[in-house]
Write a protein that binds this ligand. Structure first.
Ligand code: NDP
Length: 352
């Protein structure tokens, strides 16, 4: 049975945290849990962070320490892409490596220690101000409106997968979309890479230094990768390129034991023994809700100004993979998250 609690005590609590309830409200108290019926409510905050990967959490740590009282909405995949990786060996500060999910929990705890409010929810609509000092409106889950003086976008990018049932089932069990993250675990083993762009060429070359043999599956009779990258692939002895070849099935129960390929000209099928399958068919930045509002390149990545995280709108900053199609590492995302918080702090400071 819910008990109504006083509006004033809640308002005081929210004001202390820099949150202002502007419109209607309804609070109910279930034992120790306070629930705020968010429909038809608007909060005014200094700093809103959208997305909970390394960029978002690092932005949160810096923004909270700068007293911007950030509120983060995590998106549907709390912790971002790294939570689909089992082990992370290349993030500085973890000499024995760590689990991707554990690392994101560490980052979340660190952000919360300084007062970041982390909430589960998806930004579904944005109305961003074009004015310096203007208020940006972000709708969460189509019901809650957050008004923010600054917005840090860290919505990341999503690796594209082929969509095969066996591929999806074995993500984390030998199927990966990141050679730099997971390649090390296939030392001395045989792997396949699927794709024909710069990422596929780069990942195949990277893996060739670690693995015994890399088979690159290219669906056309040519590669789309730059000539320089193609030459590197051609020159590498332990990379075999199979043209006109597609992945038909990933073989294995709990872990990858091989792949079945199909030649799309002859329909001939072949089984190859491999322990790792690297999908490198591109990434899609998560920028759908910003289309027509923020400047982005032809593939949808947000464009930031020079070395900063500034987008084309004042008070709106972008960090992590959503604005980086080249490096795409947890540590580089974290670096730009830090930059976005510093850019937000300076922007707000200049308004005072
Ligand atoms: P791209 O979109 O350039 O290439 C994707 C590749 O995946 C294409 O060759 C495509 O094949 C293939 N592919 C797509 N769907 C399938 C499928 N279902 N089955 C098999 N193959 C498929 O993505 P990248 O990630 O390679 O590159 C993105 C951008 O980032 C590019 O601009 C690239 O230049 C840049 N980049 C630059 C790097 C660098 O400079 N060091 C490193 C990595 C990326 P098809 O050709 O048949 O369409």
């Amino acid at each position: 049975m819910p008990i109504n609690i006083t509006y004033n005590s809640i308002i005081k609590n929210y004001k202390q945290r820099g949150i202002f309830i502007i419109k209607s409200y309804k609070f109910v108290h279930y034992k120790n849990k306070i629930e705020l019926n968010m429909s038809d409510t608007i909060e005014r905050i200094k700093c809103l962070i959208i997305g909970s990967g390394p960029a978002g959490y690092t932005a949160a740590i810096y923004a909270a320490r700068a007293d911007l009282k950030p509120v983060m909405y995590t998106g549907m995949q709390m912790g971002g892409q790294l939570t689909t990786t089992t082990e992370v060996d290349n993030f500085p500060g973890y000499p024995n490596g760590t689990d991707g999910t554990a690392m994101m929990d560490d980052l979340k705890n660190q952000a919360e220690r300084f007062g970041t409010e982390v909430r589960f929810g998806l930004a579904t609509k944005v109305e961003l101000s074009k004015e310096v000092g203007g208020i940006h409106k972000v709708t969460i889950d189509e019901t809650t409106i957050i008004e923010a003086e600054t917005v840090i976008i860290s919505t990341g990018a999503t690796a594209k997968y082929l969509g095969l049932e066996s591929e999806q089932r074995l993500i984390g069990g030998g199927v990966s979309a990141c050679a730099t993250c997971d390649g090390f675990f296939y030392k001395g083993q045989d792997v396949v890479v699927i794709g024909a762009g710069d990422t596929a060429a780069e990942e195949a070359t990277y893996l060739s230094n670690i693995c015994n043999k890399v088979t690159l599956l290219v669906r056309k009779d040519y590669m789309r990768a730059s000539k320089a990258m193609q030459h590197r692939v051609e020159k590498t002895k332990n990379i075999e390129v199979k043209f006109n070849t597609e992945l038909d099935e990933v073989l294995g129960g709990n872990v990858v034991e091989g792949v079945r390929t199909v030649n799309n000209i002859t329909n001939e099928k072949e089984e190859i023994d491999v322990t790792g399958v690297f999908i490198a068919i591109g990434h899609k930045p998560n920028t759908e809700i910003f289309k027509g509002i923020l400047d982005m390149d032809e593939t949808g990545y947000l464009i930031t100004e020079g070395k900063s995280t500034k987008t084309n709108l004042p008070g709106v900053f972008a960090s992590g993979d959503v604005q980086d199609k080249e490096y795409r590492q947890a540590v580089t995302a974290a670096g730009t998250g830090c930059m976005a918080a510093l850019d937000s702090e300076r922007y707000l400071g200049a308004l005072e």
